[in-house]
Ligand binder design. Structure first.
Ligand SMILES: [Zn+2]
Length: 173
């Protein structure tokens, strides 16, 4: 695939609404990307003005952080009370709550597995970023905006290397 075809392909990728609390310092490569987009739009004004850009997640303010930690302490003491000194029971309760909260944030594994298969077919087995072939087993379902969850519009399948780079650009790694 040629460079311009690749740019066009990226321009056609689904875009989240707005950039939210997007911070440019998390995406040093975007200054260059924005220039490339501007140049492409001179050639074809019908191209969208913005690329599919992963958004930075909402973070807690110091006051919200204090509230979150208080809630966490409350949950911990409720779990301890519920277990009544039984260490194995405490483990089981904690594990159950942990798992369900994780599903709230990441969806159940079956949902992600189904979406991964669908994305692999739709992307013709290629990474959505570098357009290299995705390994049979090892690929990452990436959310463009984490809060919008694992939906078809909000995800793309990428290779491990691109995931690592994306996480670093987002300031997670
Ligand atoms: Zn890749």
């Amino acid at each position: 695939m040629g460079r311009s075809a690749e740019v066009t392909r990226n321009l056609q990728a689904p875009r989240p609404e707005g950039r939210g609390n997007f911070k440019l310092r998390h995406y040093p490569a975007l200054r260059l990307v924005d220039k490339v987009v501007a140049e492409c739009r001179k050639l074809d004004p019908n191209l969208p003005a913005k690329l599919a850009i992963p958004l930075a997640n909402r973070t807690l303010t110091p006051i919200e952080l204090v509230k979150a930690n208080a809630l966490l302490e409350e949950v911990r003491s409720r779990l301890t009370a519920l277990a009544g000194g039984d260490t194995d029971l405490l483990f089981a309760y904690r594990r159950k709550v942990f798992k369900e909260l994780m599903y709230d944030e990441r969806s159940k594994p079956a949902v992600r597995v189904r979406l991964k298969k669908l994305k692999r077919v739709k992307q013709a087995g290629l990474c959505a970023i570098c357009v290299g072939p995705l390994p049979e087993k090892d690929s990452v379902l990436d959310r463009l905006h984490a809060v919008e969850g694992y939906t078809e519009e909000n995800t793309r399948l990428i290779c491990r290397d691109c995931d690592l780079r994306t996480q670093t650009e987002r300031g997670f790694a």
